[in-house]
Design a binder for this molecule. Structure first.
Ligand code: NAD
Ligand code: IPM
Ligand code: MN
Length: 355
């Protein structure tokens, strides 16, 4: 019997409500498909921990996490008590960097029965992947503030693109495009205005594309690309973007397909030298936290991505079809997609649908 060691980190707000539903479904999948999940829960990487210790994580957090097969993460952030840049740079962004999870893989799919805010879109007509660079780019610690508090105040934050960093995310995205029937890739750019880093990005895309002659590709400036997401979401197959562009596109895409509440992500280190981390795209949603109404599907779909990553393909596919069954039923889905269920009801329904 195969066994997987999973580090479980719920985080803040609705992270604490949706992670147990993800774990419920993982357990149901394990029972049905004959493997074991060994859970190691951690109470750090959350703002309660910060309140007690003055830091988001203990200094020896890496030793405490050890070498699990994957990390199952909720969401972090409680801006009423800890500034977001402190809580996020002290937890999630550290994980992505320390574990070199350079791919942030985020599917966008219009599921059967989910109300779509765009008119005339059928299930299946929106089905693409956002591949987001996850360790460099606009998310950089290079910069500073000068003459603070004076009229001469200046703040600078540099975008960092390395050839290694850009090429490896592009190779991942082209590989993914090549594996799909449409074999199409769109690169997000802004090389008309951001005149050093973005022309470099475009240059590396062109160089990489030469290695994939069977992949059709185009590049679009991020401004019109966001418009195309709304007007023609059916045209996309794989969309690759820098850290910030990928972040924006991966909220916009799921919103176009109904809700960010169902969107999952994998923060992946493809080398396997460090654990990958699976979490929903959404945050801790302080506005609905504690009410028991958060959509658990983003967390549950992240569990499916995690199992797929671990090689449990059948279990992952079964979770996806259980999600589809439940989302089509208003009594079993949550209010963000015109449903009537609470978090636990929805999570239990997906676990039950797994059989
Ligand atoms: P958010 O994703 O938490 O919430 C945005 C809106 O979407 C809110 O109205 C919220 O109620 C709704 N929403 C989000 N997830 C939902 C779900 N599962 N079901 C139903 N509705 C849902 O984004 P925000 O408000 O910008 O951020 C809140 C906090 O979360 C901040 O501290 C932010 O930094 C943090 N954050 C963390 C992560 C992460 O840990 N990966 C991601 C995004 C934001
Ligand atoms: C995400 C989030 C994070 C990001 C924030 C919370 C730092 O928005 O995972 O998409 O920007 O990467
Ligand atoms: Mn985001």
């Amino acid at each position: 019997r195969k066994s997987y060691r999973i580090a479980v980190i719920p985080g803040d707000g609705i992270g604490k409500e949706v992670v147990p539903e993800g774990v419920r479904v993982l357990e149901a999948a394990a029972a049905r498909f004959g493997f074991t999940i060994e859970q190691q829960w951690h109470d750090f990487a959350c703002c309660d921990y910060y309140a007690r210790h003055g830091a988001m994580m203990p200094e020896d957090w890496k030793e405490r996490i050890g070498a699990p097969d994957a990390i199952f993460f909720g969401a972090v952030g409680w801006p009423a008590t800890v500034p977001d840049h402190v809580s996020l740079w002290g937890s999630l962004i550290q994980f992505r960097r320390e574990y070199d999870q350079y791919v942030n893989l985020r599917p966008v799919r219009l599921m059967p029965g989910v109300p779509c805010p765009l008119a005339g879109r059928e299930p299946g007509s929106i089905d693409f992947w956002v591949v987001r660079e996850n360790t460099e780019g606009e998310y950089s610690s290079v910069g500073g503030r000068m003459f603070p508090g004076t009229e001469r105040e200046v703040v600078i934050q540099e975008t960092v693109m390395t050839r290694h960093g850009v090429d490896r995310i592009l190779a991942y995205a082209f590989d993914l495009a090549q594996s799909r029937p449409k074999k199409h890739l769109t690169s997000a750019t802004k090389s008309n205005g951001i005149a050093i880093t973005m022309p470099y990005w475009d240059e590396r895309v062109e160089a990489m594309a030469r290695k994939y002659p069977d992949v059709r590709w185009d590049k679009q400036h991020i401004d019109i690309l966001t418009a195309q997401f709304v007007l023609h979401p059916d045209r996309f197959d794989v969309v690759v973007g820098s850290n910030l562009f990928g972040d924006i596109l991966s909220d916009l895409g799921p919103a176009c397909a109904g809700t960010i509440g169902i969107a999952p992500s994998g923060n992946i280190n493809p080398s396997g030298a460090a654990p990958s981390l699976f979490e929903p795209v959404h945050g801790s949603a302080p506005d609905i936290a504690g009410k028991g109404i958060a959509n658990p599907v983003g967390q549950i779909w992240s569990a499916a991505m995690m199992l797929d990553h671990l090689g449990e393909r059948e279990a992952a596919a079964a979770i996806l079809s259980a999600i589809e069954t439940v989302l089509a039923e208003p009594a079993l889905r949550t209010a963000d997609i015109k449903g009537r269920a609470d978090t636990v009801t929805c999570g239990k329904a997906i676990a039950d649908a797994l059989g």
